[in-house]
Design a binder for this molecule. Structure first.
Ligand code: E4P
Length: 217
């Protein structure tokens, strides 16, 4: 399973990369607002900080305008993935950009049928938002399971990129189901390494080691 960092914070991306924890990055207009810098500069910096796919989202609503924005974003770096919303215009733009060899991440997916359409439109990634479904009491992880089954039934190569992840449990559940990628905020990714028994065990080992009076080097 691949991990993407869902952030526009370049320092966090570098840190996660140094720990070998990420295979790519996703951004969205809200994350760009939070970063508070020029959009194109941020995407160029992130693409330099990570060799994996970096999703950059268009903001146009009409297909031709989305295609124009998407092509311009794709020119920023070889690892840009153009992010398009799951609308009819987004699907049209997806087909055209995919036919031109540009990788597309179709975002804001909330149903299995939407995911089916994105795959038929040639999307490289489909982003089902599981946390936002959970927020309205619909089982987000169940949606990942449905999409996995449908894509496997028909051999679609579109990768399932579980998004809107809120917890380590979300990541584990998506991994058990076979999502191809999980994109999560840095804090959730860092939390995967934490376990209280690891801390407790290490503390006890170090105390006993100190009592031996020895040093390794
Ligand atoms: C995915 O690409 C989105 O950027 C993201 O996962 C949205 O998450 P949120 O629902 O926490 O805003």
């Amino acid at each position: 399973m691949k991990f993407f960092a869902d952030t526009a914070d370049v320092d966090e991306i570098r840190s996660l990369g140094e720990a070998g924890m990420i295979d790519g990055v996703t951004t969205n207009p809200s994350l760009i607002k939070k970063a508070g810098r020029d959009f194109r500069d941020i995407i160029a910096d992130i693409c330099e900080a990570t060799p994996g796919p970096v999703s950059a989202e268009v903001t146009a609503l009409e297909a031709d305008a989305m295609i124009k924005e998407g092509r311009s974003l794709a020119e920023l770096a070889g690892n840009v993935t153009v992010k398009l919303p799951l609308t009819m215009d987004g699907l049209k733009a997806c087909r055209r950009l995919a036919d031109d060899g540009i990788k597309v991440n179709v975002t804001l997916c909330f149903s299995a049928n939407q995911a089916l359409l994105a795959a038929k439109a040639g999307a490289r990634f489909i982003s089902p938002f599981i946390g936002r479904l959970d927020d309205i009491h619909i089982d987000g992880v169940a949606l990942i399971q449905e999409i996995r089954t449908i894509y496997d039934n028909y051999g679609f190569e579109t990768e399932i990129l579980a998004a809107s992840i809120r917890s380590a449990n979300h990541i584990k559940d998506c991994a058990l189901i076979g999502a191809d990628v999980a994109t999560a905020p840095p804090a959730v990714l860092w939390s995967l390494a934490k376990h209280p028994l690891t801390d407790k065990g290490l503390d006890a080992f170090l105390k006993d080691w100190a009592a031996t009076g020895q040093s390794i080097l």
